[in-house]
Ligand binder design. Sequence first.
Ligand code: UDP
Length: 309
Amino acid sequence: MRILITGGAGFIGSHLCERFLKEGHSVTAIDNLLTGRLSNIDPLFKNPRFTFIKQDVTNFIHVPGKVDAILHFASPASPVDYAKYPIPTLKVGALGTHKALGLAKEKGAIFMLASTSEVYGDPDVSPQPESYWGRVNPIGPRGVYDEAKRFAEAMTMAYHRYHGLQVRIVRIFNTFGERMRTEDGRAVPNFIMQSLQGKPITIYGDGSQTRSLCYVSDLVEGLARLLKSKINSPVNIGNPDEMTIKEIAETIKRLTGSKSKIVYKPLPVDDPKQRRPDITLAQKKLGWNPRVSAQDGLKRTIAYFRSLL
Ligand code: UDP
């Protein structure tokens, strides 16, 4: 297959490029390098089956030749990034999704949308099944990401229903691993960098809010299986092992052997209190289960961040 990956130079996008090249496919990455980086895909340029196009996918996308699958992974994804780039975040989720869907229709390609657990907002149901409609503040600071992804899901389903396009929608829950940016601002990179540099570890709020951490190789395996499936409706992919932010901070502090102090900072507006995927659908329909524990994934991620210092 020839697979086109928007956001291909990003954290998850670059892992997808690598995975599909390894499977023998041709891969074209498209990225405007707003939060993606060429260093993530540097080693892939020597592969003759890999090509890169530097482009903002909110503009018309022209790609000559056949394309069998389009994976739309372009978007700022960290709350710090989408607060910094609110309008590009809305545009890539809305206009970018429309352009990528248009290209998929033109090429007769399967379309996969990287959606997010953020479509559930600050949920009053836990764990969150795909059938839950969510509790999102459209006008809060996270609304730029949440509503763009909700719109993207609606647009994707419309292309499926109206144009008969084959679509896959993955709702990704807190994924971490190598190639996250050190300055990305999310809990895992922050805590690791702070621990390694002996700086205070910043917990927002009292640290009782929960997240469930999925290591990137598990996510990529789930995505590869979803792509091959026939499921046109959303599927949660994440690790249901729920931890408080305080536990995550303490685990990272212990694994790095850090002497950093833990300090408490104000909780950002609309920060979800709990997040845990219900993965029954992925287990049953894709035969998928996460394999890497948070602890093992964190060890590998810490080694990566250490190598950057
Ligand atoms: N968080 C924190 N300290 C940090 C960064 C994040 O306590 O330095 C908290 C944040 O408020 C949230 C959780 O960790 O409750 C996860 O935040 P992250 O930015 O990783 O992603 P989110 O799951 O909120 O999209």
